[in-house]
Design a protein around this ligand. Sequence first.
Ligand code: NAI
Length: 245
Amino acid sequence: MKIDLSGRTALVTGSTRGIGRGIAETLAAAGARLAVVGRDIERAEDAAQSISSQARGFACDVGDVASITTLIEAVEKEFGAIDILVNNAGITRDNILFRLKDDDWDAVLDANLRGAFVAIRAASRGMMKRRWGRIINIASVVGIVGNKGQANYAASKAGLIGLTKTVAKELASRNILANVVAPGFIETDMTAAMTDDAKKTLYSQIPLERLGTPKDVGGVVTFLASEYAAYITGQVFVVDGGMVM
Ligand code: NAI
């Protein structure tokens, strides 16, 4: 079984580093054309160049509605279509409930949840016309089980799950599938800075006894974008080494 996405165009928000970069690399390895998106155009273009000759860099702030609308138009102009939309960009502004400021609530909900909604609304128009589309939203296990100090983040990720299920129901008749991938602890700059003791404590909660990699997440996203996933919509795929069952 070989996944072949040649002829498809994928847009991955927040794909200059971390999980988004792993997703972009995995989609590119399957042959997809790619829109690599970050806040900084130079970094996005650099990342695109090193990922694939079929990748182009675009700048967008997913916390800003106009910026997303402009992005979707620019990518459709460059590639002619967006077949696969991966809403990956996300931020945290952690604090315990009583110290959480309204601004921290708004910033996280705007980028993580409203950003995905606006991108889906804009990109799904073309998908509807072409009767083919894949929408994959990157949530978190925190959106399923909650987490102390992350009321805003957990709410945004739980919201993504409700948004995805609704999109799945509304757009199924147009052959547009929408699913969620919910990672657990993934190796990023943040986890690289953890002490060995902190890592050991973490591993004791993970049956597979390791952190995930961006490629672990990218593999599931690429499967969901492929023809092998043609009968799957409205589902949540947890990629966490068995931590949450
Ligand atoms: P990261 O911070 O390493 O990278 C985030 C990417 O999003 C970067 O490319 C950054 O430029 C971009 N970004 C951030 N704010 C943006 C904005 N306003 N507009 C456009 N782009 C923006 O993050 P990481 O760890 O790779 O996370 C990616 C996604 O996975 C996020 O949605 C995060 O919530 C989720 N996630 C991460 C986990 C982890 O262990 N790292 C676990 C569960 C979920």
